[in-house]
Design a protein around this ligand. Structure first.
Ligand SMILES: O=C([C@H](O)CO)[C@H](O)[C@H](O)COP(=O)(O)O
Length: 209
């Protein structure tokens, strides 16, 4: 299981500082959706140069022109890009096509998808590399968590899963029991006074060290 740091801040300097502080404990750097919208593709290039040892995920949450958006992200140095599961199937296919062309990976985010298991099975057949089980920030604020969806999809679909949505030290043990490939943590690290300490504690729960 890998720890992915979701960076949803809005400036490049803040993002660099967070990665520098937590670098020892994280496996994947996520350039979060608000951040990629605010700072643009130049941040992908900078992150790639500064942190060559890390896997770089760009949380595009693509809703249209999947191949086009994925192409420029992979060419800038991304290893994984995300496409929304609620997008048209041809958008999802385009993102997967781009990932295969570049030797990289496509993650289909199940946020707001009504039947997550059915779509996970479908995109698995299409060649998606990961399925993301995700309760978005607004959904979290309405009381939702990804745990029950993770249980359901992991029971029924054999595809590497990423899980995200308000995961913290109080909830992570139940997530770890289900052994997803990637555990995504944002606010429980980036929103603390000591991100390094938070990342260390969360990494220990995931990896036991
Ligand atoms: O993808 C995310 C959200 O939609 C805002 O862009 C977050 O990166 C994801 O939810 C992880 O962050 P936390 O929920 O704060 O752990």
């Amino acid at each position: 299981m890998k720890l992915q740091l979701a960076i949803d801040v809005l400036t490049t300097d803040e993002a660099f500082a967070l990665v520098q502080e937590t670098r020892k404990y994280i496996d994947i750097i996520e350039i979060g959706t608000p951040l990629i919208k605010h700072e643009g593709i130049k941040l992908v290039k900078s992150m790639r140069t500064l942190f060559p040892e890390k896997t770089l995920l760009v949380d595009l949450k693509t809703m249209d022109v999947g191949e086009y958006e994925a192409n420029y992200c992979f060419e800038a140095g991304a290893d994984i890009v995300t496409v929304l599961g609620v997008a048209d199937i041809n958008t999802i296919k385009g993102t997967i096509k781009s990932a295969k062309k570049h030797g990289k990976k496509a993650l289909v985010d199940m946020i707001n998808v009504p039947n997550k298991t059915a779509l996970a099975k479908k995109v698995n057949k299409l060649g998606a590399d990961f399925v993301g089980i995700h309760s978005g920030i607004d959904q979290q604020n309405a009381g939702q968590s990804p745990l029950s969806d993770l249980k359901e999809v992991s029971k029924n679909v054999k595809i590497p899963l990423a899980v995200a949505g308000g995961i913290n030290l109080d909830t992570i043990d139940d997530i770890v029991k289900l052994k997803p490939e990637i555990i995504v943590v944002g606010g429980a690290i980036t929103g603390t006074k000591d991100p390094k300490k938070a990342a260390k504690a969360i990494a220990k729960r995931i990896k036991g060290k």
